[in-house]
Design a protein around this ligand. Structure first.
Ligand SMILES: NC(=O)c1ccc[n+]([C@@H]2O[C@H](COP(=O)([O-])OP(=O)(O)OC[C@H]3O[C@@H](n4cnc5c(N)ncnc54)[C@H](OP(=O)(O)O)[C@@H]3O)[C@@H](O)[C@H]2O)c1
Length: 291
């Protein structure tokens, strides 16, 4: 019999890869807001608790979030807004239900909990320092998890992309689309991020469940890329024959009405030291992309 695993956000860009890739391994129980037969809205504590009480699953992987960063900025400071309700209240409901049902929470987070001012890679010991509302809500969710009494794991990712196409375009597909139709903006040579290969990340989540690993882990590729170099990699690897022009983040920031993290690359040596498989390099991972 397959082991039952609870999942929120199983229709999303990242979560859907895990449920697809491990369909033969686990029996997934989805807390899914858009399920027509049994919708579960994580902002509703009673339905979250009921869902957790109704299964023998020992783990819940919590991908669900309000992920529209620009949309979140329009709600800046609004704790009754949807971003706060889903990301903070929703996570607190899951924590409370885990406490009552004794389940292990695997919480998916983001490098946007940091301000982006660090020169080098962010490590697990760096303080939370969000600068915009999405990051603020995700940082508050992390705090709720780490201050709880439940068994927990936090996995932080950054700018994820996957081998196959999902409804929501990822960073590789957005760049590829721009290169194909000639609409790609100049790419910053002074903005840095740590692309996360979603296929490998699904394996990381499986590893955490299998080994019951707890604690805080940065879980991107561990590499640091500029937008410009990454767009060139996508152009060359996928043979798109587009043109990548260099851009300047500082010029862009003068036109932007919200804060933007200059660097979200993370150090993943803590995670790598426990994994029983090697993460693909970003170069190798982009080679697997089919568009
Ligand atoms: N994508 C990124 O660039 C990125 C970067 C760093 C970290 N992350 C983190 O990774 C996780 C997964 O992100 P993603 O990109 O896969 O997200 P996504 O594609 O936007 O999917 C979000 C998921 O959350 C579900 N959801 C939203 N509100 C809900 C509610 N009230 N109750 C129950 N479910 C709800 C959605 O359900 P429906 O589809 O049914 O509406 C959807 O399945 C998130 O925690 C996010 O913060 C993402």
């Amino acid at each position: 019999m397959k082991q039952a695993v609870l999942v929120t956000g199983a229709n999303g860009l990242v979560g859907s890869k895990f449920t697809q890739q491990f369909a033969d391994t686990y029996d997934f129980v989805s807390l899914d807001i858009s399920n027509p037969l049994n919708p579960v809205d994580i902002t509703q504590s009673a339905s979250v608790l009921k869902a957790l009480e109704n299964t023998q699953a020992k783990h819940i992987v919590h991908y669900a979030a309000y992920t529209d960063v620009t949309g979140a900025w329009k709600q800046n400071g609004d704790e009754s807004g949807i971003a706060y309700k889903v990301n903070v209240d929703g996570t607190k409901n899951i924590i409370a239900a885990c406490e009552k049902t004794n389940k292990h929470l695997i919480h998916i987070s983001t490098a946007y909990v940091f301000n982006g001012e660090k020169e080098g890679l962010y490590s697990e010991s760096d303080e939370l320092s969000p600068i915009e509302w999405y990051g603020h809500t995700k940082a508050e969710a992390e705090r709720a998890v780490t201050e709880s009494n439940i068994k927990w794991t936090i996995l932080r990712i950054d700018q994820p992309f996957r081998s196959d196409t999902q409804v929501r375009p990822d960073v590789v597909r957005r760049v590829a689309q721009g290169l194909t139709d000639g609409t790609l903006y100049p790419q910053f040579t002074n903005h840095y991020f740590g692309p996360t290969y979603i296929d490998d990340f699904a394996r990381v989540v499986d590893f955490i469940i299998k080994t019951d690993t707890i604690g805080l882990f940065n879980a991107s590729s561990g590499e640091k890329w500029t937008d410009f170099d990454f767009a060139k990699l996508v152009n060359e690897t996928l043979q798109l024959n587009g043109t990548v022009k260099p851009g300047d983040l500082d010029n862009y920031l003068r036109t932007l009405d919200r804060p933007y993290q200059r660097n979200t690359a993370m150090d993943v040596s803590k995670l790598k030291s426990i994994l029983d498989f090697e993460l693909l390099s970003v170069k190798e991972a982009v080679k697997t992309v089919v568009i």
